[in-house]
Design a protein around this ligand. Structure first.
Ligand SMILES: *[C@@H]1O[C@H](CO)[C@@H](O)[C@H](O)[C@H]1NC(C)=O
Ligand SMILES: *[C@@H]1O[C@H](CO)[C@@H](O)[C@H](O)[C@H]1NC(C)=O
Length: 353
């Protein structure tokens, strides 16, 4: 943001209400020294399905239609003067079971869409192609299968954050490269608490954050994360079933900085090679797993590691002993872990694992 604009926004603050459709509340926020910018937020939540289609002021930036028992939405109810400029739309906590592929086609400036807590069973492939979306929340629906290509947006490269947690997904259809639209620009993807048994093929997505928490993943083996060299955060917490980590399963994740494997008491693994390739990993969360004591060769596979959590509340930090620099050729630096039980009032002394 350029400086002068930042300054004007800093002087902001005024909020007034204005006349509005009966039952809705319209708040106008003005910004700038002379109130030169204004944004209208329209709250029509909790009124019931009869309010649709609801007329909204011309300069509406955000519209809340949550908790209205809406069963369908299409382009004719999401249209009109105020809709063209809408940047945020909240349709959460309704009764939507399907959406028409063109429902959002007139929302040419829509950046944030919340459809969480509905009953959506399917997602049409071209739902979002007209909007420059950056946030789509589809959590708490009944989606069983979704095509990655469904998230192709009119983004022109803008990063997209997708929340698909708490659905019934057992499959994610990969984006087919080649002809057709480019791969969606999904940067963070929450797939937690679905029915995925294998890591889905997410190749070609510019992913940085991925959560697969709570899925019944059976095994993470070589190739599981193929094509995700840019991933920095991966969460595999509370996996259902009997998760197994095979050697070289994380091999492709060269940029991974944070790996969360917490809450997996039944996790089994096949030696330190499981973590090979994780050259950038800084934080490893193994709390609530059976992986204590840690095998010593682990640290050799994780040259950038700064901290590990193990057991119930034990946090360990990497210590590189003084005097190990400059390194002697051929000798590896003396590293040790300094562990503290954060639940015990008097922290224990250094404890090399
Ligand atoms: C859009 O939905 C409304 C009810 O919500 C319905 O009356 C109308 O016929 C639908 N329009 C189209 C084009 O499907
Ligand atoms: C999506 O919606 C759910 C439920 O309303 C909420 O808990 C979650 O934080 C939202 N996700 C994002 C990324 O905002």
């Amino acid at each position: 943001m350029p400086w002068p604009l930042l300054l004007l926004l800093a002087v902001s603050g005024a909020q007034t209400t204005r006349p509005c459709f009966p039952g809705c509340q319209c708040d106008v926020e003005t910004f700038g020294l002379f109130d030169s910018f204004s944004l209208t937020r329209v709250d029509c939540s909790g009124l019931g399905p009869h309010i649709m289609p609801v007329p909204i002021p011309l300069d509406t930036a955000h519209l809340d239609l949550s908790s209205n028992r809406l069963e369908t939405v299409n382009e004719s109810v999401l249209a009109g003067p105020g809709y063209t400029t809408l940047a945020g739309l909240d349709l959460s906590h309704n009764l939507l079971t399907s959406i028409s592929p063109t429902a959002f086609s007139r929302l040419r400036y829509l950046e944030s869409l919340d459809i969480s807590h509905n009953g959506l069973a399917a997602l049409p492939t071209e739902s979002f192609t007209s909007s420059p979306l950056s946030d789509v929340n589809l959590s708490h629906n009944r989606l069983r299968e979704v095509s990655v290509s469904a998230f192709t947006t009119h983004s022109q490269g803008r990063a997209l954050h997708v929340d698909l947690s708490h659905n019934l997904l057992h499959r994610l259809t990969p984006h087919s490269a080649g002809a057709g639209p480019p791969a969606p620009t999904i940067q963070s993807l929450n797939l937690a608490w679905n029915r995925l048994r294998t890591v889905p093929d997410l190749r070609d997505l510019p992913l940085r954050y991925l959560s697969l928490d709570g899925n019944p993943l059976a095994a993470v083996g070589p190739g599981a994360f193929r094509g995700l060299a840019g991933l920095t955060h991966l969460s595999l917490g509370s996996l259902q079933g009997l998760p197994q980590l095979a050697p070289y399963g994380f091999q492709e994740l060269k940029s991974l900085q944070v790996l969360d494997l917490s809450g997996n008491p039944k996790l089994t693994w096949a030696g330190a090679e499981v973590f090979s390739g994780l050259g950038s990993l800084q934080e490893l969360d193994l709390s609530g797993t059976g992986l204590v004591p840690l095998p010593e060769p682990l640290l050799l596979h994780l040259p950038a590691l700064q901290s590990i959590s193990v057991g119930q509340a034990v946090r360990c930090r990497r210590l590189v002993r003084e005097g190990t620099y400059p390194r002697q050729p051929g000798s590896s630096p003396k590293v040790a872990l300094h562990c503290v039980d954060t639940q015990e009032p008097a922290a224990k002394g250094p404890d090399a694992l």
